[in-house]
Every structure is written in structure tokens, then in C-alpha cells.
Design a protein around this ligand. Structure first.
Ligand code: PMP
Length: 394
């Protein structure tokens, strides 16, 4: 049926992998596929108390400012300003409906159809979706143990490619788990200044470090960086509080579009989030708990995977966040096919091909350790090892 939907919808369809993952919702399957925080680590009691307190204020149930509750933007400006080493004010921060909305609004603000966007390979699938919907010409640069290979980006630029936007997940990458090296952050910022593209530094995982914090954000080194972060992984996804900060003109353009998108965010969850983020003593304890618990889980998973696959796979060196990336040394392994066998063995993951077009992604997979306790992760790893053997013999 021609002309039923806009041209924008042509390139967007539910992927085969998404359909396959629908099979993994069976109760007997341990899913390491989703990227969900553990609900037991979400501070529901504190959220309940803050919600009760907020509800005594009529403003909490009223429309609010499009850019977000002023008190929340003040807290965020102080926190983000400390990270980039510069005084930020509330006018440089926009609160969005999760950082996913920030990505989506930025794509509309910055991109015309056909504009080049450079993503990492592998890339965050939610970013790929947004850039495809914006009808951008998506190109990729490889990612390695030090994050985005900025030398490869420089080569691309020197070959004449002129991106409008470069997207990077700088800390504890989704799906690769890695951290962008300090020198590459400066290099990326310098390239943005020299070639005049925008960097979207997408950082929902930076607070979830296990031993040491990640290096200073890319945004510390150039005004052409728009930084995104979120309350989803540290407080609760259901608050739907994300934010962006950066160039004031970009913030104003995002505000204009957001008026048309949703008028404003939820005054109630903005109040709750502001209260929790400004209670520094509580937040420090809460973040310590998350770092310790997720750190223990990451170690349980990497130990289990090492013993399940031995030398046949290489694992990312996980130092924070929620994900571990596994690459099989035998690059003829097709992890999308392996997923079918794995589900029969009661375990699920996301095949690498979900995260980009590169052929080498087909022999890789992403595991999320955040949602399962250590003993369940150990069982999941055994099942993965059995599935791998069964798949190799079939
Ligand atoms: N960016 C990255 C890299 C993510 O992994 C996610 C969530 N999976 C998001 C953005 C969006 O998260 P939210 O909208 O909940 O803030």
C-alpha cells in the first residue's frame, strides 16, 4: 500500500533479532539479553517517600517548564559542571523523557535527511534506530579495547567524509563494555573542533564504575560536545528522567522541539529525582551499593564465561556498567544461530549482529549481568557452554 506511511518509515522495521528475542521471555530461560537494572536495586522505598512528600505540593501534579523543573536542572548543572570542570548553569541543561528522548530530539535538531552520522561499531541500537529514522547516512568506525578508534575516525575525515554528528558511548559501552581512553577523548574533541561536527557523548553508565571513575568526559575538551546522561541506571528507568547539556543554541532548539513533542516532562518524577540527587550522603551510599553489587556480578559472569568457553572466546575487560562482550575466535560462528540453540538450553543473549552491519559482529554476543544474582549467572554460563558445544556439533 503506497503512501500509507511517511518515507521515514521505509527503513524502519522490527529486526529478525528482536523477533527472536521475543522467544526468550519464557520463564525457564535465564535472560542475559535485556539491558535492565535489577529491580531489587531500585530504591523503591525512597522513591515512595519522595513521591508522598512531592504530592503535598500542587506543582508536582501540574504542567511544568519544557526544559524541566528548575530545581532538578540546578542539581544536574552542579553535578555535570563538576565532571567537566566548568561552572554550568541551569540554562545549559534540558531534562528529557529519558536520555533516549534527548537522542531523538537532537537528531531532529541537528540532522537533515542524507547527513552523515558516524557511530561506533558495535553501536547502541537505540542510537542506530534514531539516526535511521532521521534518514541519516550512517557510517561507522571500529571500537576496540580503548573505545572508539579515533585514528580510524581521523582517516575517515581525511578521506573527505564530513559527518554532522559523531555518536559515542564514552563509558562502559553498550554493548562492548569498554571505556574511551583519556587520550582518545582529547583527540575526538580536537577533531570535532577542527572539522566542525557535533559529538553526542551518550553516558548513562559513567556512575557505575567498579574500581575507579572513568576519565574526564569528552565534553570537558570541546564546546562541540553535547553530553547526555540519565537517572535510569542509577535510580529507576520508570522515572523517565534523562538530560542533555551543551551549547546553549542547541538547548534552545531542543526546547522548541520538545514543546511540540510533549509540552513538558513529569513534574512529579522531576521533583522525586531532584530530591534524591541532591541528598549527597544518601546518593553516595546508594551508588556504592550499585558499584559493589554489579561489580561482583560482572566478576561472576566473566569467570563463568571463561570457564565455559576457554580459549575459544575473548571477553571484554569489564570495569563498570552492565555489559560484557564475547567474541568467538572462530569467526564462522553465527551467534544469531547459536541463540536458537541457547534458548533450547534455557539461556539468552543478544547476538552481535544486532549492533551494526559489520560482518565480524556475527561471531560476537552481548551479555548483561545486571539483572541476575551470581549463582544464576553461574548456571547461565554453564548453559551457554553446553549450547556452544551442541551448536558446534550440529
Ligand atoms: N544511551 C545508551 C547507551 C543506553 O544504553 C540507553 C538505555 N539502554 C539509553 C541511552 C537510553 O536510556 P534512558 O532513555 O532510559 O535514559
Amino acid at each position: 500500500m503506497p503512501h500509507t506511511f511517511s518515507r521515514r518509515m521505509d527503513g524502519l522495521r522490527s529486526s529478525a533479532i528482536r523477533n527472536l528475542l521475543a522467544l526468550t521471555a519464557r520463564p525457564d530461560v535465564i535472560s542475559l539479553a535485556g539491558g535492565l537494572p535489577d529491580p531489587d536495586f531500585i530504591p523503591r522505598e525512597r522513591i515512595r517517600k519522595e513521591a508522598e512528600r512531592a504530592l503535598t505540593d500542587p506543582a508536582s501534579v501540574q504542567y511544568g517548564e519544557t526544559t524541566g523543573l528548575r530545581r532538578l536542572r540546578d542539581v544536574l548543572a552542579a553535578r555535570e559542571g563538576a565532571r567537566i570542570g566548568r561552572l554550568l548553569n541551569a540554562g545549559e541543561v534540558v531534562v528529557t523523557h529519558g536520555s533516549q528522548q534527548a537522542l531523538s530530539l537532537l537528531a531532529q535538531v541537528l540532522l537533515d535527511p542524507g547527513d552523515v552520522v558516524v557511530v561506533e561499531e558495535p553501536a547502541y541500537t537505540g542510537a542506530l534506530q534514531v539516526f535511521r529514522a532521521a534518514q541519516a547516512a550512517v557510517q561507522s568506525v571500529p571500537l576496540d579495547r580503548g573505545g572508539m578508534n579515533t585514528a580510524a575516525l581521523q582517516e575517515l575525515l581525511e578521506s573527505g567524509v564530513r559527518p554532522t554528528v559523531v555518536h559515542t558511548v564514552s563509558n562502559f559501552h553498550n554493548p562492548r563494555g569498554v571505556v574511551l581512553a583519556a587520550d582518545r577523548r582529547k583527540h575526538l574533541a580536537a577533531l570535532a573542533d577542527r572539522y566542525g561536527f557535533w559529538v553526542i557523548e551518550d553516558d548513562p553508565y559513567g556512575e557505575l564504575f567498579f574500581d575507579a571513575p572513568a576519565p574526564r568526559p569528552v565534553a570537558a575538551f570541546s564546546d562541540r560536545v553535547i553530553r547526555l546522561s540519565s537517572a535510569s541506571k542509577i535510580l529507576a528507568p520508570a522515572l523517565r528522567v534523562g538530560w542533555l547539556h551543551g551549547d546553549r543554541r542547541v538547548c534552545e532548539a531542543v526546547e522548541l522541539l520538545k514543546q511540540g513533542a510533549d509540552l513538558c516532562g513529569s513534574s512529579l518524577t522531576h521533583q522525586i529525582t531532584a530530591a534524591m540527587l541532591s541528598d549527597e550522603a544518601w546518593l553516595a551510599l546508594h551508588l556504592d551499593m550499585l558499584r559493589t553489587r554489579y561489580g561482583a556480578r560482572s566478576r561472576a559472569l566473566t569467570a563463568g564465561i571463561s570457564s565455559a568457553f576457554g580459549d575459544s572466546a575473548a571477553l571484554s575487560d569489564v570495569q563498570g556498567g552492565m555489559f560484557c562482550w564475547v567474541e568467538f575466535t572462530d569467526d564462522t560462528i553465527d551467534t544469531a544461530a547459536l541463540l536458537r540453540t541457547a534458548v533450547e538450553h534455557g539461556v539468552a543473549f543478544v547476538p552481535g549482529s544486532a549492533f551494526g552491519m559489520g560482518a565480524h559482529l556475527g561471531a560476537a554476543l552481548r551479555l548483561c549481568y545486571a539483572t541476575c544474582p551470581e549463582d544464576v549467572l553461574a548456571v547461565a554460563c554453564e548453559r551457554l557452554g553446553d549450547a556452544y558445544l551442541a551448536h558446534a556439533q550440529s
